[in-house]
Design a protein. Structure first.
Length: 165
């Protein structure tokens, strides 16, 4: 705790916004009792305590999907200490996106299996952990296409009919 207090005082002496933000984050971590070291320990635990989850059971092409890094301990899922890392999300075919968030949106262009990974990078620039998962994208049911298309055509017809009156 003494080390954390010294780090906090060091941050408060500096006048830049980023230092004040870091001091605020450190105070929140102290209140929660969860520090970056605890996140790293969970990411590297022998038994799986973290994983990549998606926000829907069935994924269709060209629909937005939220991917999240989730821990089995709920208190870690909302811990301020998670903000201390950079997340590099990989979606196969060499597509990677760097983010400061432990969740990200992504679209898949077609049906099939896609590898997804998240590389967690610490403030020192070193990789803390890499998690991987294979996402299965189903082919879109034909009925959904016709249903949406029918609605669009009905609206167009209604607008055209209204304009001709």
């Amino acid at each position: 705790m003494k080390e954390r207090e010294e780090k906090l005082l060091e941050r408060l002496e500096l006048e830049r916004y980023t230092n004040l933000r870091q001091a605020d984050r450190l105070v929140q971590e102290m209140e929660e009792g969860i520090y970056p070291e605890g996140i790293v320990a969970q990411l590297n635990a022998a038994e799986a305590t973290s994983q990549i989850e998606v926000d829907q059971a069935v994924i269709y092409p060209n629909e937005p999907v939220v991917h999240r890094l989730v821990f089995s301990k709920n208190e870690l899922n909302t811990a301020t200490a998670r903000e201390e890392f950079v997340y590099v999300w990989g979606f196969g075919r060499q597509y990677k996106e760097k983010s400061s968030s432990f969740s990200i949106w992504h679209f898949y262009s077609g049906a099939g299996s896609y590898p997804v990974s998240v590389e967690v990078i610490g403030q020192d620039g070193k990789t803390v952990a890499t998690l991987e998962k294979v996402i299965t994208v189903d082919s879109a049911p034909l009925r959904l296409y016709f249903r949406e298309r029918t609605v669009v055509e009905a609206v167009r017809a209604g607008v055209a009919w209204t304009c001709t009156r």
